[in-house]
Design a protein around this ligand. Structure first.
Ligand code: XBP
Ligand code: MG
Length: 252
């Protein structure tokens, strides 16, 4: 029986990467006089590394103008990342990052049916608070039975630590939950502890293989294009909690 929906954040709740983190990262590069920028395409490659700080360090390995010592790189990456997060939160507050279609409706389904929700993300609590605070208001945290962020789980996805912590906090077995993710690393993290995963395709992971996913589709805000197929309904044209429950039942 489904007891909880575990939400990934970046790419799943909102298209935060291109319009949020990438823009904020390039703004931080400019403000700190860093002599390189990230293109949309380069950012797509770098997203294979989870975590903005880790991504900066990885990128520096191929940046000819990056400092050469590990200590200097760590200090610089920390400065850039902190400023990026400030600029990201400011962008969120302008309303630049709407929730993806169907997300809010699935929140409402969960509330109406007593299915608990959790946040399981590799981004920071501050970034999550900015995004969800702007959409759900200052009491956003009361909507979630557990909130697991980068501060809780320093080993980032695809490491399963964040999902393991979420299961502990919820006191649930993996088969009583379903994760909603957009990326192969997110899928790998949840699947490693046996959590079934629904994939909503996002801009940067539109075609990546997602082996073993419970269901894969373009977004929660449509019933078209899902595998397994969803029967068409006149109303509403979205994935409902009962669809996820049915996928789970059929898989088990
Ligand atoms: C996605 C990530 C994050 C964001 C940036 O997290 O890998 O690193 O790209 O956030 P998820 P930070 O899909 O698990 O929500 O810069 O705060 O790491
Ligand atoms: Mg994601």
């Amino acid at each position: 029986m489904l007891n909880a929906i575990l939400w990934d954040v970046d790419g799943t709740l909102a298209e935060t990467e291109r319009d949020g983190h990438l823009v904020a990262m390039n703004a931080a590069f400019t403000e700190l006089d860093i002599p390189w920028r990230w293109s949309e395409q380069r950012y797509g490659e770098l997203l294979r590394v989870a975590g903005g700080f880790e991504r900066l360090l990885f990128d520096m390995e191929s940046q000819p103008l990056a400092p050469t010592s590990t200590d200097e790189r760590n200090v610089l990456a920390r400065r850039i990342h902190e400023l990026k997060n400030r600029r990201y939160k400011e962008r969120v507050e302008t309303g630049a990052l709407p929730l993806r279609p169907g997300v809010r409706e699935l929140f409402d389904d969960c509330t109406a049916s007593g299915v608990r929700m959790a946040i399981v993300t590799t981004t920071s609590l501050g970034n999550v608070a900015a995004l969800l605070g702007s959409h759900l208001g200052p009491d956003w945290r009361t909507c979630f039975a557990a909130v697991v962020c980068a501060e809780d789980a320093p080993a980032k996805k695809p490491d399963p630590l964040a999902y393991r912590i979420a299961l502990q906090r919820l006191r649930l077995r993996p088969g009583e939950t379903v994760a909603i993710e957009d990326s192969p690393v997110g899928l790998a993290a949840a699947a490693a502890v046996g959590i079934p995963v629904v994939i909503t395709r996002s801009r940067y992971f539109a075609d990546d293989p997602v082996p073993g996913a419970l269901a894969v589709g373009p977004m929660l805000g449509t019933r078209a294009g899902w595998s397994p197929k969803l029967p068409a309904l006149d109303e509403p044209d979205r994935v409902r909690l009962s669809d996820i429950e049915e996928w789970l039942q059929r898989s088990g």
